[in-house]
Design a protein around this ligand. Structure first.
Ligand SMILES: Cc1cc2nc3c(=O)[nH]c(=O)nc-3n(C[C@H](O)[C@H](O)[C@H](O)COP(=O)(O)OP(=O)(O)OC[C@H]3O[C@@H](n4cnc5c(N)ncnc54)[C@H](O)[C@@H]3O)c2cc1C
Length: 379
């Protein structure tokens, strides 16, 4: 079977690919979206949790943000502890700095929501627009010329289909096949340290609507509420159920995972008629909850550029943003992993400095994801 519709082919239906399909469709640009998996990310094993203010402002245009806010868990406070002792409790309302934009003022919280929920909301939104993700469909290979890309897919039936698209966009995650086959470099480094996380039902722990970071020399323990009595515990070391101070409150563990942190990104986000969005183009530490959000930004930016016929500008527009976020998350992670005296002093006293106006503003912008360029189409 041959498909030749000249549409854009999106490879991967994670948060980046689904956002791209949503934004292209909203702008009247036809696309086909495929994923080799049988369906969206499992609800239990959710990697991303944080849906930040920048993503909220981007997906508000399609009405998706409202649904995500309704389904998610809003963060009202951040508790900052040193060695188990509370150093500062910051209200998100008080962090709300004037960003000079309506969207920035409207969306001034982090919403915690499982990646699987975000994906399902986007999939249902696309279904309402008659865009169906083709599951169990894998991009095997492709070739491009100056104006189009021919590709081969392994369809759900097992048949090999060939087709032609005006552009092929790899939203196919950290191990992106589009990136590998497209000849993109993906340089960077990996930390030796392992991190662990646990999602669990808790009893007797009052952390609803509150993010807690408990820093100690060389160690970090975070607690993030997913629902009123369900939390994610995360630790930059092993044996989380033994070491995390809040593990004693866990009554039912839903998911436990160990992972290592890498910092890698492409040198270019596009080659000819192929483009990359999200983890396919950059991976970094989960500190700050930026990964999924950065992919949503990439995708929305690329859709806007396509609508203007300016997609050649995409790579130059996104490279500095990804570089900045990688650097920031690497600095934050290094600081958390460090047990030096200087770092201990910073971790002990920085929470108190957050009330200073300049620090308050830069902290708010970074926490909310508003430290990346304001979306040009919203100006
Ligand atoms: C432990 C952990 C915690 C995290 N926490 C956060 C957080 O709090 N906040 C945050 O923003 N981010 C977080 N992240 C990062 C976040 O999960 C990723 O940045 C996000 O999933 C990237 O989305 P994506 O759509 O680019 O890629 P993915 O979600 O990886 O989706 C890629 C899709 O492509 C499909 N695919 C792959 N190859 C092919 C092919 N050849 N053909 C067809 N389909 C293909 C896959 O099946 C998959 O569905 C975390 C990550 C980890 C590991």
């Amino acid at each position: 079977m041959s498909e030749s519709n000249g549409k854009i082919l999106i490879v991967g239906a994670g948060p980046s690919g689904l956002t791209l399909a949503t934004e292209l469709t909203r702008r009247g640009i036809g696309c086909t979206i495929i994923d080799k998996a049988a369906g969206p990310a499992p609800m239990i094993e959710s990697r991303a949790l944080a849906f930040n203010a920048r993503s909220q402002s981007i997906l508000a245009a399609s009405g998706v943000t409202e649904q995500i806010i309704a389904a998610g868990h809003m963060v009202d406070k951040i508790r900052l502890c040193w060695n188990g002792r509370l150093r500062n409790e910051v209200s998100m309302a008080r962090l709300n700095v004037h960003t000079g934009t309506d969207a920035g003022l409207k969306f001034n919280r982090i919403v915690l929501i499982r990646q699987g929920s975000v994906e399902r909301i986007l999939i249902n939104h696309l279904l309402s627009l008659n865009v169906h993700v083709r599951w169990n469909t894998e991009c095997i290979d492709f070739e491009q010329n100056d104006s189009s890309v021919t590709y081969r897919l392994r369809a759900e039936s097992g048949d090999i289909e060939s087709g032609e698209a005006s552009a092929l966009i790899g939203c196919d995650g950290a191990h992106s096949q589009v990136r590998k086959q497209g000849g993109y470099s993906f340089d960077g480094e990996s930390d030796a340290q392992s991190w662990t996380l646990v999602d669990a039902t808790v009893s007797g722990l009052d952390v609803a609507h509150t993010l807690t970071a408990d820093l100690r020399p060389g160690q970090a323990f975070a607690t993030m509420p997913i629902e009123d009595n369900v939390v994610r515990l995360i630790h930059n070391g092993p044996d989380i159920l033994k070491n995390h101070p809040n593990a004693q409150f866990c009554t039912d563990v839903h998911w436990e995972s160990e992972f290592k942190v890498s910092y890698r990104m492409v040198k270019s986000f596009a080659r000819g008629r192929t483009f990359l969005c999200g983890d396919a183009a950059h991976i970094h530490s989960p500190v700050g909850g930026r990964g999924m959000n950065l992919g949503i930004e990439d995708a929305a930016t690329l859709a806007w550029l396509f609508s203007k016929g300016r997609e050649k500008e995409y790579s130059n527009m996104r490279l500095p943003v990804a570089k900045k976020v990688l650097k920031l998350t690497q600095q934050q992670t290094t600081q958390m992993n460090s047990s030096s005296r200087v770092s201990s002093l910073v971790k002990q006293y920085a929470p108190k400095l957050i009330s200073l106006p300049f620090i308050k503003r830069s902290t708010a912008n970074s926490v909310l994801g508003l430290d990346t360029p304001y979306p040009a189409w919203q100006s």
